[in-house]
Design a protein around this ligand. Structure first.
Ligand code: ISL
Ligand code: CA
Length: 553
């Protein structure tokens, strides 16, 4: 059933709330996405992944679902969804849904039932435990919730605690209950039968919980005891019945485990998002970088060595991360060049690239004041800091951290034009629009052949023109120790691509190994007006990138 179309695809992530508002309520919606389908077609992407658009009370912007078979009121109706799906499909663009099934909303009818009594038929849909301590009022273990506080919430009605790895409005489902697993398979089939082409599976590595919750360490929740069996079952019941792409968000997974999990014959996940290059969040790195380029390369180059029967997902940005500018490359004077250089460094690696809305424009982090944060994680972090003994100081440091790493940076409205609110809405946007929209927006970039947007289009088209090389070619790292340049080659038979991307705001030089100085090279893509000449030493102006095609020596 699987054609593995995704090996040639570029995927674009849409965060519907911030993409395009069609009705002036300040909130992005599905008819808004419909208006932009041609924009995405022109960009050249093959698939989109929609962050959740199901019914939700929006404690965590849709990652808390109260009805898996209906659309969030603010986003529109199921008819809007069907229209949008058809519009993508008629242009040959596939659609992936976000599958959030580690937890539901506490407003989901299953949980509403579950909390009523210990004998309710839905009780075992969730993870309930007696408390500990003399009064049984202490939580069953010391696990922490991702958004702050204990991972357990006491519920008066039945005098037990329920587990929530995220907010207390996101109770974890009990996957050990076969009924839960059957429900999830049904939900997947509902959407697959509608025609969606796969799922991005939210925190999927956490679904199988350790047997003895009173004594387990929190990291035992990553790929728990029955994880493989549960995913395998879901693949048989749903995923593998269609020509899907199943990509797992795999917090906590290391390279070794990724090799096991993404093997084609394992029948688990087609690919996964690891966190090795995004988990590093030091406040001390220079230039707002969160890690040195050498470390960044060490991590990503290692992930290029996945065995032949595995496949990788590539990303620099998503809705949980600050923008890649300034995180991985300079965002100041050389912003546009840096955005292009990062684009090339991502798009020509082996694997399926995922772009996040606005990345194709070189959108940057935003300057927020305390009141601007909307994300539950940021809001809780500030509130927790204020409650500490030296609240003012703690708050100051929390703010400093959020200015660099808040998830809000990725969630500011898409910058469509220089019109008020960046052309995102005619009303009041649900969150702050980045003030730089007059300089950075899609409308201006569509008119400018030198823009980041146009460069992305060219790079994506080039990737297609050399599809077999980019898909199957060996990955050869070059200059791994170099502090400024991200470089590699891809080689298939006697053809190769040489990819050189400076991520430095200074002019630098870079040594080119003899095997890539064939004399028959052809420059395919470059972001500099005067492209560098390919010799033993490349002279690279700030953030210059180039891609050459050549035959091997
Ligand atoms: O965002 C994070 C750190 O800033 C991560 O720890 C994140 O919470 C984790 O990657 C899980 O993310 C996914 O599930 C969350 C949701 O809030 C995220 O948006 C989603 O991508 C709970 O559903
Ligand atoms: Ca709207």
């Amino acid at each position: 059933m699987k054609t593995r179309w995704y090996k040639d695809a570029v995927v674009y992530q849409i965060y519907p709330r911030s993409f395009m508002d069609s009705n002036g309520d300040g909130i992005g919606d599905l008819p808004g996405i419909l208006q932009k389908v041609d924009y995405l077609k022109e960009l050249g992407v093959d698939a989109v992944w929609l962050s959740p658009c199901y019914k939700s009370p929006n404690d965590d912007n849709g990652y808390d679902i109260s009805d898996y078979r209906d659309i969030m009121d603010e986003f529109g109706t199921m008819q809007d969804f069907d229209r949008m799906l058809a519009a993508f499909h008629s242009r040959g663009i596939r659609v992936l849904m976000d599958l959030v099934v580690n937890h539901t909303s506490d407003e989901h009818p299953w949980f509403q039932e579950s909390r009523k009594s210990k004998t309710n038929p839905y009780r075992d849909y969730y993870i309930w435990r007696d408390g500990t301590g003399p009064e049984k009022k202490d939580p069953p273990n010391h696990w922490r919730a991702c958004f702050g506080g204990s991972a357990w919430e006491y519920d008066e009605t039945t005098g037990q605690f329920y587990l929530h790895l995220f907010s207390k409005k996101q109770p974890d489902l009990n996957w050990d209950n076969p009924k839960v697993r059957a429900e999830v398979a049904d939900i997947c089939n509902f959407w697959l039968q509608k025609g969606v082409d796969g799922f991005r599976c939210d925190v999927i590595t956490y679904i199988s919980k350790p047997g003895d919750l009173y004594h387990a360490a929190q990291d035992e929740v990553v790929v728990g005891p029955h994880w493989k069996a549960y995913i395998h079952e879901l693949s048989e019941r749903a995923f593998n019945r269609f020509d899907t792409l199943i990509v797992g968000e795999a917090a906590g997974i290391d390279f070794r485990r990724a090799c096991e999990i993404t093997r084609e014959d394992a029948g688990l996940l087609d690919m996964l998002f690891h966190f090795e290059h995004t988990d590093v969040r030091t406040m001390f790195a220079r230039n707002q970088r969160s890690m040195s380029l050498r470390r960044f390369k060490r991590v990503l180059f290692r992930w290029q060595t996945l065995p032949k029967n595995c496949w990788g997902a590539l990303y620099y940005e998503n809705h949980d991360q600050p923008r890649s500018l300034p995180r991985f490359a300079p965002a100041g004077e050389y912003r546009a060049a840096a955005a292009k250089s990062l684009a090339v460094s991502l798009l020509f690696q082996k694997g399926t690239p995922f772009l996040y809305q606005g990345q194709e424009l070189g959108m940057t982090n935003c300057v927020f004041s305390k009141e601007d944060y909307r994300d539950i994680q940021s809001v809780n972090q500030l509130a927790d800091a204020r409650r500490k003994p030296f609240g003012r100081i703690a708050e100051y440091f929390a703010e400093r951290y959020l200015q660099r790493f808040a998830r809000d940076h990725a969630r500011t409205p898409m910058q469509w034009s220089g019109a008020p609110n960046a052309g995102f809405t005619s009303g009041t946007p649900w969150m702050k629009v980045n003030e730089n929209y007059r300089q950075i927006n899609a409308a201006d970039q569509q008119k400018d052949p030198q823009s980041v947007l146009q460069f992305y289009k060219n790079a994506i088209a080039l990737r297609k023109a050399h599809a077999d090389l980019v898909r199957d070619g060996d990955f050869l790292p070059i200059g791994e120790k170099d502090k400024n340049v991200f470089a590699f080659a891809r080689r298939l038979g006697n053809r190769q691509l040489l990819v050189v991307c400076s991520l430095s705001p200074k002019a630098v030089h870079f040594a080119v190994p003899a095997e890539f100085r064939t004399g028959n090279e052809q420059l395919l893509l470059c972001n500099a007006e005067t492209p560098p000449t390919l010799g033993a030493v490349l002279q690279l102006a700030p953030c210059t990138c180039a891609v050459w095609f050549m035959e091997t020596k």
